[in-house]
Write a protein that binds this ligand. Structure first.
Ligand SMILES: CC(C)(COP(=O)(O)OP(=O)(O)OC[C@H]1O[C@@H](n2cnc3c(N)ncnc32)[C@H](O)[C@@H]1OP(=O)(O)O)[C@@H](O)C(=O)NCCC(=O)NCCS
Length: 178
């Protein structure tokens, strides 16, 4: 960890580095990288978007997180809204900071970088809560989110074009410490 520094990330300028990390961590085909590139650049222009990067002494990106205050007109919000209404958790869509992406390069995982990225970005959010979506399986991401206090708000959420169902999770801020 000593060689990795966490600080603000210029998402638009570092989009290719970020997607290279995501491709290895999450698994993205070249076609998917092209699609994600447009999406990330669009997100980078959204109101209140913030990003943090974990950078090595050589300037290599080891991980990143970004998110933004939720807005019910955003595509992600419109997809999850009916599922949250169904479970009585629709209030989570208001005054919430959405974690849009969190990825750590496999060579740098299990060193506490993911935990630091998501904790630090939510610590500086003005919203009282945070929401996110994750693939609806047991995974390191799900374990980390549970440890931080995120709870399941709606499961089996289908995003058009996504191959697997997602779960929407929410946590009161600040996130729980270990
Ligand atoms: C989810 C993800 C971002 C977590 O990043 P990370 O840097 O590995 O996370 P952390 O190191 O903070 O914590 C992960 C695990 O490492 C453990 N850990 C932390 N520091 C450790 C250390 N020094 N030694 C050993 N284990 C450690 C944590 O306890 C945690 O254990 P757990 O899996 O049993 O819960 C990363 O696994 C990832 O990029 N996954 C693929 C992409 C993905 O799924 N992103 C989320 C999309 S929703």
């Amino acid at each position: 960890m000593d060689d990795v520094v966490i600080g603000p990330l210029d998402l638009a300028a570092r989009v290719d580095d970020a997607l290279a990390v995501q491709a290895l961590a999450f698994g993205l085909s070249d076609d998917e990288i092209g699609v994600r590139r447009h999406v990330v650049l669009r997100h980078a222009a959204n109101a209140g978007v913030r990003a943090l990067g974990a950078t090595t002494a050589e300037g290599r990106l080891a991980g990143f997180v970004y998110g933004m205050p939720n807005n019910r007109v955003y595509w992600w919000s419109t997809v999850v809204q009916p599922y949250l209404r169904e479970t009585g958790s629709e209030r989570w869509l208001d005054d919430a900071f959405v974690i849009t992406e969190l990825h750590v390069h496999p060579a740098f995982q299990k060193r506490g970088i993911g935990r630091r990225l998501i904790t630090e970005i939510t610590d500086t959010a003005v919203e009282p809560k945070s929401i996110l979506s994750a693939i609806d399986v047991e995974s390191p991401a799900r374990r980390l989110y549970w440890q931080l206090g995120y709870q399941d708000l709606a499961r089996r959420v289908i995003f058009p074009s996504a191959p697997a169902p997602y779960v929407v999770m929410g946590a009161e801020l600040p996130l729980r410490r270990a």
